[in-house]
Design a protein around this ligand. Structure first.
Ligand SMILES: Nc1ncnc2c1ncn2[C@@H]1O[C@H](COP(=O)(O)OP(=O)(O)OP(=O)(O)O)[C@@H](O)[C@H]1O
Ligand SMILES: [Mg+2]
Length: 512
């Protein structure tokens, strides 16, 4: 076999001994994202059920144990979204726009129809010369082509388009208003209407500026466009092609529930934008058919109530949330929001979850306490090796780890299970921290120019990664001991407050 790449042939789900691997390059990374989560069997099997049965999930446990990872992996097990949500102009009452839900195949049909109304894009050099000049692509002085974003010709440095003289100018008649400059920064105007002869018939053609290209709308396209505009104007609120995982951390009300943007001209038919155009979705709508993930659920406070309503009704209105804004009078009812709710929190925060929300989750879903340790056995050690391989692959900037490095990480996981969770014969599942350790060991290897992460690098990284508290413990024997040596007498008398809590309080006797 020497000289032939073996590829990753060790599969943790079938188990292997650490002595079977040479480096972490031998360890296969599962393609199923849920199988990449190590040591959380119960949470993973519930996540699988949640995905197929559309159930909610509450994940409780300390930081860095895989809660976010599980939520995201769950969303990848969901079928693709099948519905697009649109907001439609309501001609009877523009401030009450309507909702339209279109199925996937209808969306495709509409897109095909739209194509006819989109016109054809051409290179400015293919357009009639006077059109290219009037749209600001071609310089009237030197004939060079450039973007209409540039008002001065980059070649001859003169204005590309001759400026129309103001009324009363002695030259205005001469120039005959052929050349105009639109208000704003662009050269030329944005649209030119001309006629052309086609099959013996004269027809109207519109040339429009479209970035670096020119859009040509012939009679057919123009008619189509007019018809589509007449049928009823609409805006896509939640696209068919979308991510099934929406993360809403400590979300603001507008981010979570949607909003109607302000327009200083309100719904003025000429100056302003129509209310339907200003409706923006909240995370609850973006996650329609997908997963709405909320980290640190209790931080949402009173907004938990709105989530509860959205979960029950599967629809939630969008209205302007700023009372000062022109959006405040706009409201769209019944915007769909059928999501799988996945929330995470720490054990201490459990009492701060709104109890009806919790009962809703348990009523049609599951709550699960994530594990902080797993038993120290061969199969879990193999799992840890898979985890190391994953972290290395994800980082992309660090080399693979040798067997002895994997063994050193396993030893460290064992030590952490004991010191952090008081568990013997176990491996820690506080994996975010362990991931950090692997990355800093990788950095050491890279700095030294070593081709693999070795046990030596891991040991150095362990020393570097100790928290300040751990360093104090090592230096002074105990954390309290360290605290005492660093405290003044008056602080000691203030026990049990730590001085850094104390000195921010009003009492001026504190540590200064
Ligand atoms: N069980 C696990 N299996 C594999 N990798 C894990 C696991 N837990 C954590 N990790 C690694 O640690 C990183 C952080 O984990 P994650 O964000 O899921 O933690 P969390 O529980 O959501 O933490 P927090 O409460 O701080 O949000 C992951 O991206 C992954 O690299
Ligand atoms: Mg998280």
């Amino acid at each position: 076999m020497k000289g032939i790449a073996k590829g990753p042939y060790l599969d943790a789900s079938r188990g292997f001994g650490l002595d079977e691997l040479e480096t972490t390059a031998d360890v296969a990374i599962p393609s199923d994202p849920l199988a990449r989560v190590i040591g959380q069997e119960e949470a993973i099997s519930l996540a699988r059920i949640a995905a197929t049965q559309r159930r909610h999930l509450l994940l409780v446990g300390p930081p860095g144990t895989g809660k976010s990872m599980i939520a995201q992996a769950l969303s990848l097990h969901l079928p693709r979204p099948t519905e697009e949500i649109r907001i439609v102009h309501n001609p009877e009452n523009p401030e009450r726009p309507l909702v339209e839900v279109r199925k996937g195949e209808e969306v495709l049909e509409d897109a095909r129809e739209m194509e006819g109304a989109e016109g054809e894009l051409i290179d400015p050099k293919e357009a009639p010369i006077n059109v290219a000049e009037r749209l600001g692509y071609k310089c009237v002085n030197c004939g060079d082509y450039s973007s209409p974003m540039e008002r001065l010709c980059p070649k001859c440095n003169r204005p590309k388009v001759q400026i129309q003289q103001g009324a009363g100018s002695p030259f205005s008649d001469l120039l005959g208003g052929i050349f105009e400059v639109t208000i704003g920064q662009l050269a030329g105007r944005d649209k030119v209407t001309t006629t052309r002869k086609r099959f013996g018939k004269e027809e109207v053609v519109v040339f429009e500026r479209s970035g670096e290209m020119i859009k040509v709308l012939d009679q057919k396209a123009l008619e189509k466009r007019r018809e589509m505009e007449r049928v009823s104007p609409r805006k896509v609120l939640v696209k068919l092609e979308r991510n099934a995982f929406i993360l809403a951390t400590g979300a603001s009300e507008t981010e979570l529930l949607g909003d109607v943007k302000h327009d200083p001209y309100g719904g003025h038919p000429q100056l302003g934008s129509q209310p339907y155009e200003r409706v923006v979705p909240g995370s609850i709508h973006d996650s329609h058919e997908g997963v709405l993930f909320i980290d640190e659920l209790p931080q949402l406070g009173i907004l938990q109530r709105s989530i509860l309503t959205a979960m029950q009704e599967k629809r939630f209105p969008i209205s302007g949330r700023n009372p000062q804004s022109a959006g405040a009078s706009v409201r769209v009812d019944n915007v769909p929001c059928s999501f799988i709710f996945v929330a995470a929190c720490n054990i201490q925060d459990l009492p701060n979850i709104l109890s009806p929300l919790r009962s809703r989750i348990t009523g049609s879903g599951y709550e699960v306490l994530v594990e902080t340790v797993m038993e120290d056995n061969e199969s879990n050690r193999a799992g840890l090796a898979q985890f190391i391989a994953q972290e290395i692959a994800m980082d992309t900037r660090i080399p693979h780890a040798s067997t002895d490095a994997v063994v050193a990480v396993v030893e460290e996981a064992k030590r952490r299970a004991k010191t952090l969770d008081g568990k013997e014969k176990s491996l820690s599942l506080r994996l975010r921290d362990l991931g950090g350790l692997i990355r800093s060991a990788g950095d050491i290897a890279v700095t030294k120019g070593d081709p693999l992460i070795t046990a030596e690098h891991i040991k150095k990284a362990i020393k570097r990664s100790r928290t300040v508290e751990e360093q104090i413990r090592e230096k002074y024997g105990s954390y309290q001991g360290g605290l005492a040596t660093d405290m003044s007498d008056s602080q000691k008398s203030m026990a049990p407050y730590h001085y850094w809590n104390y000195h921010v309080q009003d009492d001026k006797r504190g540590y200064i």
